[in-house]
Ligand binder design. Sequence first.
Ligand code: SF4
Ligand code: SF4
Length: 377
Amino acid sequence: MTSRMTHEFESGIPKLGFGMMRLPRVEGSDVIDIDQTCIMVDEFLSAGMKYIDTAFVYEGSEEAVRKALVDRHPRSDYLLATKLNAGMLCHDEESAKQQFYTSLERTGAGYFDFYLLHAISKNNIDKYNEYHIWDFVKELKEKGLVRNYGFSFHDSPEMLDQLLTEHPDVSFVQLQINYADWINPHVKSRDCYLVARKHNKPIVVMEPVKGGTLADPPEKVKELFDAYNPEVSYASWAIRFVASLDGILTVLSGMSNVAQMKDNLSYMRGFEPLTEEEVKVIQQAQEAIASVPQIACTACHYCTEGCPMNIDIPGIFRAYNEYLLYNDLEDAKGSYNFRTKNGGKASECIKCGACEQQCPQHLEIRDLLEQCASTFE
Ligand code: SF4
Ligand code: SF4
């Protein structure tokens, strides 16, 4: 039996979702800035948006959801999504399932509109099966603690097809889609999108701006966008591209400050899909990006927690990609030094491989770090 979205969501959800993975921090600290988060939540809801996304493993995020959202707004004004991660921060079935109850307690939300098995890939799928998480979320739905369940996914289209065949009862999937990765051979975002469409599953999009990279795209891409319309932000092209695809439930933007929220709302409040001419500009941008080889890191940070040398792997890869795209070694070295000033350098990697077990993009992190070390050190 294929499960459908619950009735109240069938009429459509506003296309912009607030991803609470990268919330603003109090200056000079790692503490989430609740005052700024409150302003962002208020702006988001007053613009008519609804979908707010957090996760058990986003440190401090679920508590921030309670303070900025749940304690300050009627429950019917928003849709809340969170996630259970059977591959992280748990060691057995009980502690994996406990994540749900902890999320419920942290947020105080009473129930979740959308509940996800988090970041499924071939590296962690055995845990979800072994811990009976698929049955668990079904039971939560029967009890009314979860309105819809699905999963976020970071692997091949073939694996996605298999999962959706084995679990036709999921009512949505969350996929990584952006214009730069659309035809990227490492991410295959278009192929995954087509699989979800074949199974008739609504899609929540993550990483539409590719971890922030497309807010500041390569010079060739900027020129294309500026020539067409110098008034709009580069991030707006990225978000409107995915929001214009058929079958999209909402597009998560991981907003980190009020300015980003305002920018996102400026074009998503009265969302207009890309025109034919704009689609052509995006195609040219895709060609320009595809012509530069890069490390396909999305800055998800799943790799960093277990690194014994405290290496900021995505930060280092970002610096290296900046070098590949902009070809300015001095500038990229500055970026590398900044990103490694509080942690290990690329050359300090002891090649234990813990990071590669966690990487949803299946990057050969150890080899890539060696390359970065020889370029920057
Ligand atoms: S292989 Fe290197 S980068 Fe990866 S976890 Fe081990 S020390 Fe860290
Ligand atoms: S290297 Fe892999 S796991 Fe680490 S941030 Fe990049 S994509 Fe994520």
